[in-house]
Write a protein that binds this ligand. Sequence first.
Ligand code: TRP
Length: 361
Amino acid sequence: MSKIILTGDRPTGKLHLGHYVGSLKRRVELQNSGEFDKIFIMIADAQALTDNADNPQKIRDNIIEVALDYMACGLDPAKSTLFIQSQIPELCELSFYYMNLVTVSRLQRNPTVKAEIQMRNFETTIPVGFFTYPISQAADITAFKATTVPVGEDQMPMLEQTKEIVHKFNAVYGETLVEPAILLPGNQACMRLPGIDGKAKMSKSLGNCIYLSEEADDIRKKVMSMFTDPGHLRIEDPGKLEGNTVFTYLDAFCKDEHFERYLPEYANLDELKAHYKRGGLGDVKVKKLLNNVLQEELEPIRNRRKELQKDIPYVYEVLKKGSETAREAAALTLSEVRASMKINYFEDEALIRSQADKYAK
Ligand code: TRP
């Protein structure tokens, strides 16, 4: 069986470090591993509209931002198909059929939907399209016969829902759809990168992000303002690592080689942590290390983005070509789905003959 990746993001803003460690960095590694037959990376504008229906301009403007971030990180249109969800009408058709296989109570139990309903104060005014977006996400994944879906931990319930739909569909209509596997970040800190304020996860609406396109000086300012251990007042005081955002970021980004370059008096992060816990290590020193590590990671991304920004029509052309390729793949699956569901009337000679026979008697 071919190995196929599908994943994507909602275009509601520029991408940040949470997106990067949660999924984006991994995607680029997977792309360059050469282990996959096809890679589809989707800008999920239709899904973004399920809770932004009154603000289409925001979604429209952010398509290019997400595309620039993707390509700046190393997603390469020669190796990965970058496309826009709304340009694939087959996804709507697929969602429509899947809706018959999912109950309202099952959707109400989806933990991601539950959390998002709360976050958006949607308790009584939830749009139907938003409520059913897990079904549309199952369509996104299955339309491309994805075997592997690299996403953040928050998407786990979406994958569960997708698997259920695949099983149900195959049980009712015969083996047609491919069951996908989720691919989570390898390291705990990457699973749920907190915002620079240490609160919850990094999110645009909380204003606690470091963006991939951020200028060097702004990165430095944000790192220097990061939440650490509020009880660590003097350098001599022992410090806590739990809930200490600077250390969580170091867990996500720092490698031993960084110490050689920036803090040769320590061999690795474990030594630095031990010193911090003992006392005698100030926050500023740790923050300076993190700043160096982040600058090293983000500088090439920012520079590539600036290059890409000089030729915006090219980026749109990439998305247009990608959407055409993606549409062909989805259409192929759709024709199989239609055959399994027995709604392929005009392609089914046997059907026409048997109905003719019935009336010929
Ligand atoms: N729900 C994802 C997000 O909020 C975006 C998305 C839409 C997606 N369809 C998908 C991710 C299919 C993986 C697979 O970021």
